[in-house]
Design a protein around this ligand. Structure first.
Ligand SMILES: *[C@@H]1O[C@H](CO)[C@@H](O)[C@H](O)[C@H]1NC(C)=O
Length: 158
C-alpha cells in the first residue's frame, strides 16, 4: 500500500513536469506574420472587440490555454487576461499553447504549418478551412512567402 502511494506521487509529479514543458509549434517568423497581418505588429496595449494585444488574443483562447499570466498575476484576477494578452511574451506563449492544442492541417496539404496556424488563429480551430478576410490573408501569405524566400537566399549565400 505504501509503495503504491509513492508510485502515484511520482507519476503525478511526472505528469505535471510534462505539462510544464510546453510544446511550441509556432516559429518566430510565423508569430511575426500573424501580428503583421492583424495590426502591423503594433504592440500598443489595446483591445479591439474583446481581442487584445499584438496577437489580438480573445478571452476564450486565453481560457482554453489554461489562463497563462504575466509574473505575479493570479489567473483569477480581473486584469489577468488583458495583462497577458497585452504582454508580447505571455501572448506568444498563449498562441503557442493554443496551436499545441488545436493545431491541424487546415489547407489539406498534408502538413501542419504556419499557413494553418494563421487560419486557426483568425477563424478558430473549427472553421479554419473557411476563407479569411482578404486583407488578413493576403498580408499574412505575403509575409510567410517573403520569410521563406529570405531564408532560402540566406542559406544560398552561406
Ligand atoms: C498603434 O496602435 C495605437 C492604438 O490603436 C495607435 O494609436 C498607434 O497610432 C498605432 N501605431 C502605429 C505605428 O500604427
Amino acid at each position: 500500500m505504501h509503495f503504491m502511494w509513492k508510485l502515484l506521487v511520482v507519476l503525478f509529479g511526472l505528469a505535471i513536469g510534462i505539462q510544464a514543458e510546453m510544446r511550441k509549434p509556432v516559429t518566430e517568423t510565423c508569430l511575426y506574420c500573424i501580428c503583421e497581418a492583424l495590426n502591423g505588429c503594433n504592440a500598443t496595449a489595446v483591445c479591439v472587440n474583446g481581442a487584445c494585444g499584438i496577437f489580438r488574443i480573445t478571452w476564450d483562447q486565453w481560457v482554453d490555454c489554461g489562463r497563462l499570466t504575466i509574473p505575479g498575476d493570479s489567473p483569477l484576477s480581473d486584469d489577468a487576461f488583458t495583462n497577458c494578452a497585452n504582454d508580447p511574451i505571455c501572448a506568444a506563449d498563449t498562441l503557442q499553447s493554443y496551436m499545441a492544442k488545436f493545431g491541424q492541417d487546415c489547407n489539406d496539404d498534408d502538413q501542419e504549418d504556419c499557413y494553418d496556424y494563421g487560419a486557426i488563429h483568425y477563424m478558430g480551430p473549427w472553421n479554419c478551412k473557411e476563407d479569411r478576410p482578404f486583407y488578413y490573408e493576403s498580408t499574412f501569405t505575403r509575409c510567410v512567402r517573403n520569410a521563406v524566400q529570405q531564408e532560402e537566399e540566406r542559406q544560398k549565400s552561406n
